[in-house]
Every structure is written in C-alpha cells, then in structure tokens.
Design a binder for this molecule. Structure first.
Ligand code: CP
Length: 306
C-alpha cells in the first residue's frame, strides 16, 4: 500500500533534492499562477489548528489549478464518531490525488503514508517533524544570506517540542552550520538531536539566557514559541511562557546580515517593535511558504514545474 513519494520527514531528502525543491520554489515565486494541476484534487486534513500551513497549501493548490477538499477541524469529521486514522486515510485516498495532513500524534504521517494509496505530505506531526516548514525556512535563509553554507544559527525557545527546530537541524546538517541552542532547561533540545549533531561533527553550544552576547555572531536568529498545547502540567508552562522576549535593544549589536525567522504564530517572544526592524523576516518567511509548498505538491505528484 505504501507509496514512496510521500514527504514524511525532511531527512528523506538529500542535499541535492533539497536544492532542487528550492529551485522549483524560486520559479513559483517568479510566477505562482500556473495551471499545471488542472484536474487534480488536494485534500487537507488538519487534526490540529493551523493558519499558515493549511492556507498556504490551499492557496498553492488553487494557484496551480487544483481543487481542494478537507477539514480544518477534525471534530467536524467522522473522527469524532470514532473512525480510525487508517479508515479516514483509506477513504480520502479514494477521492483525492494527494493528502496534506497535520496530526497531533508523532509518527501519524508515517503511519498514514504506509496505509495510503496516494502521497501524504506531513504538515506537522506532534513534536516530531514539520518538513514543509523546513523547506520554506531553507528558502528564506538562502534568499536572505545568498547561501546555505557555513552559517551561524541561533535557535531560541521551545527546542524540546519544536518540530520546526528538529526538522531544520536535520536539513541544515548538509550545509556545515554551527548552532547555538538557547532554551530553558525544561525545554532543551532532545538528546537525540544533540547526538545527531555530534555524529555529523556539527558544532553547537547550549545557553539558557538570551542576551546580546549570545546572538552577536549569528547570521540567523530562529525564534520559536513556547507551546502551551504540548505541556501536560500547565504550572510548568506558566514558569517558562515569557522566558524570552526579543526587543530592538537586544538586536543593537547583531551582524548586519542577521535575519530573524520565526515559524509563527508568536505569542509575545518577539516584541511588536521588532516588526519594523530591517532584520525581521518572519512575515516574508511565511509568504515564502506558498512557493515552497507549490514546489512540494508538484514534486510528490511528479508534475513538472515548466
Ligand atoms: N508555522 C506553522 O506551522 O504555522 P501554522 O500552525 O499556523 O500552520
């Protein structure tokens, strides 16, 4: 049953494949309106809330001439009557050509890809992976820095549950990065990702404080939200929810080429005054998601961009 064009984890993609997708995304940025998916149906199944991922996927499909079906709230689907994920995927794969799925369970996308007749695109599975976010992050990094190679990347916030952080570490490993991981102790990067860096000889340092010194040499400052929905003990969330707030003052001595990325949504970890700072790039980053996701849909469907 499994099909091998599903995008479940960014670690499936070689360096060459990542660069190929970014090249395709650049073509879509030049012209996002191409009717190359006429007659195709894209299903978006979101078992967890989303603004950017779902709407950029649906815009991507619409601008390519495909039709979109799906749900943004699983409580309106027969999941609420007890239907299994396997049955849901089996049914939808009889209707659509590709399924874009977000799910709160880690590994749900892989499981779906194993029971589906059509490609699955992982739009985020719990705290595990968010591969299409990584593709738009890579696109944004390359566009702003002119390269993906040899960059200093500071990652800040919820590094434990942050699936965008996990996917980005995997992907950047092809490009000789060095990392600074800045998080409260309870949200530090899982050991498996630190082991991954060690095995790949990727230098990293860990900090618990966000200050001018720690970000002074960064090319990319990757901010993340402390995710309330991942905590089982809300007292623990209260202790760390406002631990970091990026302000213009903190950015005063950063490098000229620094860009601030954030997968969004933010809930206070970037002060609104930073939005006007030329180093802020998170809104353009979200826009780049449209082009990256157009590239992904075409890739998994085997449709030539040109
Ligand atoms: N970055 C991201 O996944 O945003 P949404 O949760 O709004 O889709």
């Amino acid at each position: 049953m499994a099909n091998n064009t599903s995008l479940v984890s960014i670690s499936q993609y070689s360096k060459e494949k990542l660069l190929e997708i970014l090249d395709k995304a650049a073509k879509f940025e030049k012209n996002p309106n191409r009717k190359i998916l006429d007659g195709k149906v894209v299903a978006t199944l979101f078992f967890e809330p989303s603004t950017r991922t779902r709407l950029s996927f649906e815009t991507a499909a619409n601008r390519l001439g495909a039709r979109v079906i799906g749900f943004s709230d699983a409580s309106t689907s027969s999941t609420s009557k007890g239907e299994t994920l396997k049955d849901t995927i089996t049914i939808v794969s009889n209707y659509a050509d590709v399924i874009v799925m977000r799910h709160f369970i880690e590994g749900a996308a892989r499981y779906a890809s194993e029971v589906s007749r059509i490609p699955i695109v992982n739009a985020g599975d719990g705290a595990n992976q968010h591969p299409t976010q990584t593709l738009l992050d890579l696109y944004s990094i390359k566009k702003t820095q002119g390269t993906l190679e040899n960059l200093k990347i500071a990652m800040v916030g919820d590094l434990k549950y942050g699936r965008t952080v996990h996917s980005l570490i995997n992907a950047m490993s092809h490009f000789n990065p060095s990392f600074k991981f800045i998080s409260p102790k309870v949200l530090e990067l899982p050991t498996s990702y630190k082991m991954f860096c060690k095995e790949k000889n990727i230098p990293f340092e860990e900090y618990s404080e966000l200050n001018e010194e720690v970000i002074a040499d960064a090319d990319i400052l990757y901010m993340t939200r402390v995710q309330k929905e991942r905590f089982t003990d809300l007292f623990e969330y209260e202790k760390v929810k406002n631990v970091y707030v990026l302000t213009n003052k903190l950015l005063e001595n950063t490098k000229d080429n620094l860009k601030i990325l954030h997968p969004l949504p933010r809930v206070g970890e970037i002060a609104c005054e930073v939005d006007e700072n030329p180093k802020a790039y998170y809104f353009q980053q979200a826009q780049n998601g449209l082009y990256a996701r157009q590239a992904v849909i075409c890739d998994v469907l085997g449709v030539d961009v040109d």
